[in-house]
Design a protein around this ligand. Structure first.
Ligand code: F6P
Length: 358
């Protein structure tokens, strides 16, 4: 039997995003070309180890051929699987035992805050060794300046705002665009500034729609008869709560704020208003060049950490330098837009309304 230098498991957890396959490719290529590792891919986050029938497969260079530009994840993912609560049962020991039985020294997990919390708890409880690689279009993971997937989502949302601009102008309408981001306003802020929005509504700044309407009417007086509002799915009115749209079952999902904002702005201003929800389009498709490069750098560093035996760490990007921090420092909450960030000031400088008093 071949004795490999390292045998490492790899999985992708939480909502997918562009760049996951580029990380997998970077890890597999380097680990196979230079380090003689065996890499075992776990399907559908931890589900491939939880379910009675294991779903795992060895990843070779041919498994990642063409993966750089492919969206989604070739390993599959879920944002519901938690080995600590499988129908009320704690199957975390099963996960660790199965990885040991496969000969794995540890796990490289590509995920957001939910996956990193699970990984941290697994390492604490079972002794499993883990390296985390941060992903999410929301860009809300603590400890890193940026997550891959975010730039691709912003590019898509900006393109959508650009397209809505022309039709808004033709019809003298208010166009409201609802973007993802959970409790963080990064996508809305970036796409709003890049797309030249007139108002950006984010969870970090509870809004008053009368102030947004004031801005829209002021534009009218200047002969600008249309307006673009970018609203984050988690944004909410001052004194109000987030809106949820639970069409498909149990898990509470954010949604509906775009429609609410459009209706209210129409009501207040009398101007025709429409809403567009970008939804999962922001998570699909090919990663941008920025995300391909970021994903490759993070994947390469994950290999460094395993080679150094530096486990239980999260690969991070800080000041455009790849580094790592203890996994423990990345869990227990998410990151929000800092209100003193210069991009918020830049947006205000451009006359963009956040629906607040300043
Ligand atoms: O975390 C990524 C994300 O796309 C959020 O922006 C969004 O709120 C959520 O996942 C949607 O989850 P689902 O894929 O379960 O609808």
């Amino acid at each position: 039997m071949t004795k490999h230098r390292h045998v490492v498991a790899l999985n992708t957890g939480g909502g997918d995003c562009p760049g996951l396959n580029a990380v997998i490719r970077a890890i597999v290529k380097r680990a196979r070309i230079y380090h003689d590792w065996k890499i075992i891919g776990i399907e559908d986050s931890f589900d491939g180890l939880i379910n009675d029938k294991m779903r795992v497969r060895e990843l070779t260079r041919s498994s990642v051929a063409g993966a750089l530009t492919r969206g989604g994840t070739l390993l599959g993912s879920t944002n519901r699987g938690n080995p600590f609560n499988v129908g009320g049962q704690d199957l975390s020991e099963r996960v660790a035992d199965r990885l040991r039985a496969l000969g794995c020294e540890g796990l490289i997990a590509l995920g957001g805050d939910g996956s990193m919390t699970i990984c941290h708890e697994l390492s604490q409880k079972t002794g499993l060794k883990v390296i985390g690689v941060p992903k999410t279009i929301d860009n809300d993971l603590k400890g890193t300046d940026i997550t891959f997937g975010f730039n691709s989502a912003v590019e898509f949302a900006t393109m959508a705002v650009d397209r809505l601009h022309t039709t808004a102008e033709s019809h003298d309408r208010i166009m409201v665009v609802e973007v993802m981001g959970r409790d963080a306003g990064y996508i809305a802020l970036h796409a709003g500034v890049a797309g030249g929005a007139d108002a950006i509504l984010i969870p970090e700044i509870p809004f008053d729609l009368h102030l947004v309407a004031g801005k829209i009417l002021e534009r009218q007086q200047m002969g600008r008869y249309f307006s673009i509002v970018v609203v984050a799915e988690g944004a909410h009115a001052a004194g109000g709560g987030q809106l949820h749209d639970n069409l498909s079952g149990a898990k509470k999902r954010l949604g509906g704020i775009g429609r609410y904002v459009a209706e209210q702005l129409h009501e207040i201003t009398g101007i025709d208003a429409r809403d567009t929800v970008l939804g999962h389009l922001q998570r699909g498709g090919v990663p941008t060049a920025f995300d391909r490069i970021l994903a490759s750098r993070l994947g390469n560093h994950a290999v460094d950490l395993v080679e150094r035996g530096d486990w239980n760490r999260l690969v991070v990007m800080r000041n455009d330098t790849v580094d790592s921090i203890p996994l423990a420092d990345a869990v227990g909450g998410t990151r929000s837009v800092a209100l003193d960030h210069d991009l918020v000031a830049t947006a205000r400088g451009l006359g963009i309304s956040f629906g607040d008093e300043v």
